[in-house]
Design a protein around this ligand. Structure first.
Ligand SMILES: NC(=O)c1ccc[n+]([C@@H]2O[C@H](COP(=O)([O-])OP(=O)(O)OC[C@H]3O[C@@H](n4cnc5c(N)ncnc54)[C@H](OP(=O)(O)O)[C@@H]3O)[C@@H](O)[C@H]2O)c1
Length: 253
């Protein structure tokens, strides 16, 4: 089975590479920059923006795990029009696995709207696919909101909720789909706990024995409210095993 992983330098892409060790899989990886360590994998350059290298990337491949994304820069092209061009190159793909995000249809963020459009492109294509929506990754939430305190304080919109999941748990789940039949839109993959950002900040302070405090603020508007309401979570799909505390402790080892 020949598997292509796009976005091989990203959070999810790197986690996939660490786990795609089965000799049953011949793995090709692609991104614009070359990963520091390509291991046993064949790396090819490709760019969803220009379309360069896409044909070479998909050549001879049975299954694709599409972990390439660009949430901010040129997002409309990378997520939608470039993605559409990418799908057009696939004639013989047995299974296209698309990681998406929980709540994209209920949260007014431009990136989420584009992800939903990409899901639609897949739904309306003849490509056999599985769409799995995951909740935010632990490392993504930490980097975005809790990377460093200012004046001994984590200043955060403390009431917003996350059900963060470890990227390695999600990578493992996606790899488990490789040999399965395409499932269409499948069950969400959520983390083990739903917490407010304030609670996550307090856990970080406790686990790391920090003297920092949390300073929480609110933001008016529907976007903030959708995260306060937990539209990015799914209480019925607590699938990940590694908790935010485990993630913080593992970082210390
Ligand atoms: N982060 C989260 O919390 C989270 C949660 C749920 C689902 N997801 C989904 O998981 C997937 C992976 O997310 P991630 O957080 O791992 O993303 P990421 O860390 O930002 O990685 C993005 C990858 O895409 C590649 N890329 C960017 N622009 C590209 C282009 N024009 N052409 C080709 N490749 C390009 C990047 O490599 P180069 O720059 O070298 O090309 C990089 O390898 C996305 O679909 C995302 O929506 C993420």
């Amino acid at each position: 089975m020949k598997v292509l992983v796009t976005g091989s330098t990203g959070l999810l892409g790197s986690a996939l590479l660490k786990q795609l060790t089965s000799p049953e899989y011949k793995v090709k990886i692609t991104s614009r920059s070359k990963p520091e360590n390509t291991g046993p994998f064949e790396w090819v350059y490709s760019d969803l923006l220009s379309g360069e290298g896409i044909e070479e990337a998909v050549k001879g491949v049975d299954v694709i795990i599409h972990a390439a994304t660009s949430p901010v820069k040129d997002s409309k092209i990378v997520e939608v029009s470039g993605f559409e061009g990418f799908l057009r190159k696939m004639q013989y793909i047995k299974h296209f696995i698309y990681p998406s995000i929980v709540g994209i249809d209920g949260i007014p963020l431009k990136y989420y709207k584009l992800k939903y459009e990409a899901e639609d492109l897949l739904r309306n294509s003849s490509i056999p696919y599985t769409i799995v929506r995951a909740t935010q990754f632990h490392n993504f939430v930490e980097k975005l909101f809790l990377s460093k305190p200012h004046f001994k304080r984590y200043i955060v919109p403390g009431n917003i909720k996350f059900q963060s999941v470890d990227v390695s748990d999600f990578a493992n789940h996606l790899i488990g789909l490789v040999d399965k039949d395409p499932q269409g839109r499948t069950n969400d993959f959520g983390g083990p706990d739903i917490m407010t950002l304030r609670e996550m900040a307090e856990l970080k302070i406790k686990i790391n024995n920090e003297t920092n405090k949390v300073l929480s603020f609110s933001i008016p508007g529907v976007l903030y409210k959708s995260f306060v309401d937990g539209k990015n979570t799914n209480d019925n799909q607590k699938m990940g095993k590694i908790t935010f505390v485990d993630y913080l402790r593992n970082k210390m080892d």
